[in-house]
Write a protein that binds this ligand. Structure first.
Ligand code: NAD
Length: 487
């Protein structure tokens, strides 16, 4: 198991020799200790990335793409190993790591591998006699900071487009879940990525992350994490006015109308909040129910939630694993009290499960609370298996509730009325809306938020463009330009 920093093509200890214990969320045991990058290590990584940039950015785009495609193949060839590592480190149920995390990671690298030589500039129709063309040039060294909830997948979301566009990368995985990312670094070295093109510096946010965000040699910082840290990243980036891309928190409204296919909506709503133990920025954490169907819906939804199989993430029967850290588990559990303090009702869960074998793990029962739209549990991101139910009577009221938070990332609606569906999809303030489905992602479809959920987009051409600068070149082909200063 790789546990060192990856700088300039080599795995090395941190210069100051510090380490961070990596814990198994199933029982709190220590899996390993990883080298903890600090500012000096980040500086070395940025230096390596700067040295690698000229050759990497000048390499034929198809060659860069070929390396990304080889990486995608290598990831698929190591599916079981990567799935085990991800589940061990994060608590993702192994069935999800096998079926979702690893295939999606490979698919994303493959998508951007294929796109590397499809990124085109343009020719602008300007005045006669001039040729104006626009090139998409890489930015340079890109800093990337990712959280702990989907560490494997986020390596591909972040590095895929950045590398395809010709940038070199310094990426900081979360100090809590660095293991699958470090394995990806090994695979990148094996398939032939040149030294320095990718550097990986796991470490704490306030040291390694902070240095990366403020480093004058970094041209762009791409961040996924909480809104509070996002603000710190913006402040740290000011020194060299680096470009910033922010994928932050969310409080997704998932609206069920009274004409919806209830079987699909009930299962979809459970997937929206309980997949990955609710640790997803796009989770449908506000379940907004039409008052005519709310009681019947909640009876079946509650029964489904209570029947979800909690267990060791490495057991293929497990449907929900532990949360990723003890501290986070405690935060999520505290929200049952927050709901009650404001008059909310806990309908299901709200506590750790009393199940044999799970006592030492960071488990939380699937939790359903009913509250009012402006209560804290309807406004703050809990980031766990915790859904807040709100009721509405009209389409206008549903829309008002959906838009009544500072966030704007994922949203969903369930209805058989097509025009209502499209009208609302355009009116909800969110980067993504799912109609009669939830949490669909694809490497081709832009992913990101509005408001306090951040700015910039991952995936698709949007992401590639976000990792380039548009350079405009003017050529006087055969124009006669009258002199401004007649002498
Ligand atoms: P976090 O903000 O605490 O940490 C995210 C990353 O930032 C970690 O690598 C951490 O070490 C680093 N960091 C912390 N302080 C820093 C600092 N001062 N300077 C630089 N880096 C710093 O978030 P988290 O708890 O790891 O992740 C959960 C959050 O991520 C949730 O809010 C969730 O909604 C959000 N998230 C957003 C998306 C999205 O695409 N919008 C996706 C997944 C998660």
């Amino acid at each position: 198991m790789q546990n060192k920093l990856f700088i300039n093509g080599r795995f090395v200890d941190a210069l100051a020799g510090g380490t961070i214990d990596v814990l198994n969320p199933h029982d709190g045991s220590r899996i390993t200790a990883i080298a903890a990058a600090e500012a000096a290590d980040v500086d070395a990584a940025v230096d390596a990335a700067r040295r690698a940039f000229p050759a990497w950015s000048r390499m034929a785009a198809a060659e860069r793409g070929r390396l990304l495609l080889k990486l995608a193949d290598a990831i698929e060839a190591h599916t079981e190993e990567l799935a085990q590592l991800e589940s061990l480190d994060t608590g993702h149920p192994i069935r999800d790591s096998r079926a979702l995390d690893v295939p999606r990671t490979a698919a994303c690298f493959r998508y951007f591998g294929g796109m590397a030589d499809k990124l085109q500039g343009s020719v602008i129709p300007v005045e006669a006699g001039f040729l104006n063309y626009v090139q998409r040039a890489p930015i340079g060294v890109v800093g990337q900071i990712v959280p702990w909830n989907f560490p494997l997948m986020f390596t591909s979301w972040k590095m895929g487009p950045a590398l395809a566009a010709g940038n070199t990368v310094v990426i900081k995985p979360s100090e809590l879940t660095p293991l699958s990312s470090l394995r990806i670094a090994e695979l990148m070295a094996e398939v032939g990525f040149p030294a320095g093109v990718v550097n990986m510096v796991p470490g704490y946010g306030h040291t390694a992350g902070q240095r990366l965000a403020e480093h004058p040699g970094v041209g762009k910082i791409a961040f996924t994490g909480s809104t509070a840290t996002g603000r710190r990243i913006v402040a740290a980036s000011q020194g060299n006015l680096k470009r910033v891309q922010l994928e932050l928190g969310g409080k997704g409204a998932n609206i069920v109308f009274d004409d919806a296919d209830l079987d699909a909506a009930i299962n979809g709503a459970a997937w929206a909040i309980f997949h990955n133990q609710g640790q997803a920025c796009i989770a449908g954490s506000r379940l907004v129910l039409h008052e005519r169907i709310a009681d019947a819906f909640l009876e079946r939804f509650g029964a489904l939630a209570a029947s979800i199989r909690l267990g060791n993430p490495l057991d293929p029967e497990t449907e929900m694993g532990p949360l990723t850290s003890a501290q986070h588990r405690d935060k999520v559990l505290s929200y049952a009290g927050v709901a009650r303090e404001q008059g909310g009702r806990v309908l299901t869960g709200g506590k750790a499960p009393a199940l044999a074998g799970l006592e030492k793990g960071y488990y939380v029962e699937p939790t359903i609370v009913e509250a009012k739209p402006h209560d804290r549990v309807a406004q703050e991101e809990v980031f766990g298996p915790f859904v807040t139910v709100l009721r509405f009577g009209s389409d206008d009221e549903a829309l008002a509730i959906a838009n009544a938070t500072e966030y704007g990332l994922g949203s969903g609606l369930w209805t058989r009325d097509l025009s209502r569906a499209h009208k609302l999809a355009h009116s909800i303030d969110a980067g993504m809306c799912w109609i009669n489905c939830y949490k669909r992602v694809n490497p081709g479809s832009p992913f990101g938020g509005v408001g306090q959920s951040g700015y910039g987009r991952e995936m698709g051409f949007e992401a590639m463009h976000d990792y380039t600068e548009a350079r405009s070149v003017w050529v006087n082909v055969d124009a006669t330009v009258p002199p401004h200063f007649k002498r």
